[in-house]
Design a binder for this molecule. Sequence first.
Ligand SMILES: Nc1nc2c(ncn2[C@@H]2O[C@H](COP(=O)(O)OP(=O)(O)O)[C@@H](O)[C@H]2O)c(=O)[nH]1
Ligand SMILES: [Mg+2]
Length: 333
Amino acid sequence: MPANLTPQYHKAEQEYRRAQTPEDELRCLELMLREIPKHKGTDKLQAELKAKISKAKQEVEVAKKSAKKSYGGVKIPRQGAGRVVLLGGPNAGKSQLLKSVTRATPEVAPYPFTTREPQPGMMPWEDVMVQLIDTPPITADVFDPGTLGLIRGSDLALLLVDLGADEGIDDLQALLGQLQGGKTRLGKESYLDEEDIGLSFTQTFLVLNKVDLPEAAGRIELLKEFCPTEFKELRISAEYGAGLEELRQAMFTALDVVRVYTKSPTKKEADYDKPYTLRRGGTLLDVAELIHCDLAASFKYARVWGSAITTPGSQMKGDYAIHDKDVVEIHAE
Ligand SMILES: Nc1nc2c(ncn2[C@@H]2O[C@H](COP(=O)(O)OP(=O)(O)O)[C@@H](O)[C@H]2O)c(=O)[nH]1
Ligand SMILES: [Mg+2]
């Protein structure tokens, strides 16, 4: 990647990685092209952006024409500190996991294809919420195209494996096969490909479910031998609770967000009830924008209390990067 890309460019790029519709893609690409510093070092990237923009325009047209026929339900709005999508073959335990860690009440059943529509639920973690989305199973024959958008639009994917059936490993292989070759893929981390920025990778954990069953240990051995993956691996019993605390912690860590509490200049105490969350690296100006769209423009300085501040209540400028659990008091013109 060429150097000297602006924070605005990186922000647009992050959004592009998670763009779920051709319209979103086009909007982010145009923003990236506008924000990219125009010099020799970025020639190649500019050309690539232009090519991607014209391709995205075509896709928007195609999507418009087919919209009436293939309208696949409502788009689920992002909520909470981040979004995690649950993926897996039939009976892997996706719905059971959603049921165990959120208040959602999906149907859990010992037969395949019980879940036909994506279903969201909110998982509490300390003082924030994380959005989880249950999805229909992916098999060698069935792959709902809407799931691709959900994968791309997520900060993390959990790839569930059924340790309770011999097919668990085949199901995993089939799912990985379905996600090869497209522009939305699973990865060890979330990023856009350096060679082809159209390829979006979503960070993925391999979650081995049903460790409560006696056959589980043997199947884990087979899995390691026949289907090794690069993903971080966790072992759980979605139904009986083993490993769920570690999984919840790992999910939050993977979102890579920081919490910030706001304080009014006229009050002694910060509002500790509901923190704002932003991506690690986010600044005071980003917090101002979260609070109110006009506040970033009129921002003067903020007093900050937190782990990186030596004198509590120091005045910091807009580019100060928030640390987890900072308290900020924003002053505007
Ligand atoms: N023994 C055991 N069974 C589980 C576990 N999680 C789910 N199941 C069972 O596996 C079946 C499929 O679960 P479900 O959540 O509907 O799978 P989905 O198709 O991936 O949504 C159900 O009969 C569940 O009771 C678990 O941790 N241990
Ligand atoms: Mg289900």
